[in-house]
Design a protein around this ligand. Structure first.
Ligand code: ADP
Ligand code: MG
Length: 243
């Protein structure tokens, strides 16, 4: 589903991704962790072409992201992305937030978009809030709307970039619950998070990236958590700090 092959990227003279390779198959839930500034956001944004890369290749469902002939808006419409900050449109109701891209990007009718959007809103448990504005919702609820909005586009894969790190602690659980459910339903997911409880529960792989965008670990969850003695010193050090 996602193939990242030998990807490197620089900002000026500073290398932020170093020869990264990651393969994500249909139905995989891959958790990416690593210290601040290690290139996690850069890598996940590169997957849907929001960040150009200088070396290597990325394909999503066989489509080469960095080929100038690729229709990026079309590709992005099939890749759901949820960021740290929810980025809902503040002047639009929840329902309008859910339908606008379906209508403008996918060309769906108002009725069709609304039916799909409300179905997804129900899935994240927020049907009762369909006519509210984002400012009337808690951070956790806004992030669940953002997830419902991404799902309304019928994505083939969902990318999450620290979806709970801007939330008050009491709201983290409700967002993770939605993500756990999504994983259980077979959604292909690449998730940047430091929530190791989530990783233990649903990840099939855990990747650790170190500063400079170097992938130091890419292994199954059982191996990652079950055999700490096999982890690299940098990974152990990082896990000791966050666990
Ligand atoms: P992470 O998400 O792991 O915290 P990022 O991918 O945001 O890391 O950033 C990786 C590195 O790239 C950091 O050193 C950051 O300072 C640098 N960086 C990110 N965006 C830019 C930019 N637009 N220009 C220059 N450097 C950047
Ligand atoms: Mg980041």
């Amino acid at each position: 589903m996602i193939e990242i092959n030998n990807v490197s990227k620089w900002y000026g003279p500073v290398q932020v991704l170093t020869d990264c390779s990651v393969q994500i198959s249909k139905g995989d839930v891959v958790v990416v962790c690593g210290p601040s500034g290690s290139g996690k956001s850069t890598l996940i944004k590169a997957v849907n072409g929001l960040e150009p890369i200088q070396k290597g290749t990325i394909t999503v469902d066989g489509v080469p992201v960095n080929d100038p002939r690729t229709n990026l808006p079309k590709l992005r419409s099939r890749v759901g992305m949820v960021f740290q900050h929810f980025e809902l449109f503040p002047h639009l109701s929840v329902t309008e937030n859910l339908t606008i891209a379906q209508i403008k990007v996918l060309g769906r009718s108002q009725d069709e978009a609304q039916a799909r959007g409300l179905k997804m809103l129900d899935r994240v448990g927020l049907m009762a809030h369909k006519d509210k504005f984002p400012g009337q919702l808690s951070g956790g609820q806004q992030q669940r709307v953002a997830i419902a909005r991404a799902l309304s586009m019928d994505p083939i894969v969902m990318l999450f970039d620290e979806p709970t790190s801007a939330l008050d602690p009491e709201m983290v659980g409700e967002v993770l619950d939605v993500m756990v459910k999504l994983a259980g339903e077979g959604m292909t997911m690449m998730v940047v998070t430091h929530e190791m409880g989530f990783a233990r529960k649903v990840a099939n792989r855990v990747i650790f990236i170190d500063v400079g965008g170097r992938i130091l670990e890419d292994c199954g969850k059982e191996e990652f958590f079950g055999h700490p003695e096999n982890r690299q010193a940098r990974t152990k050090d990082f896990l000791n700090k966050i666990l």
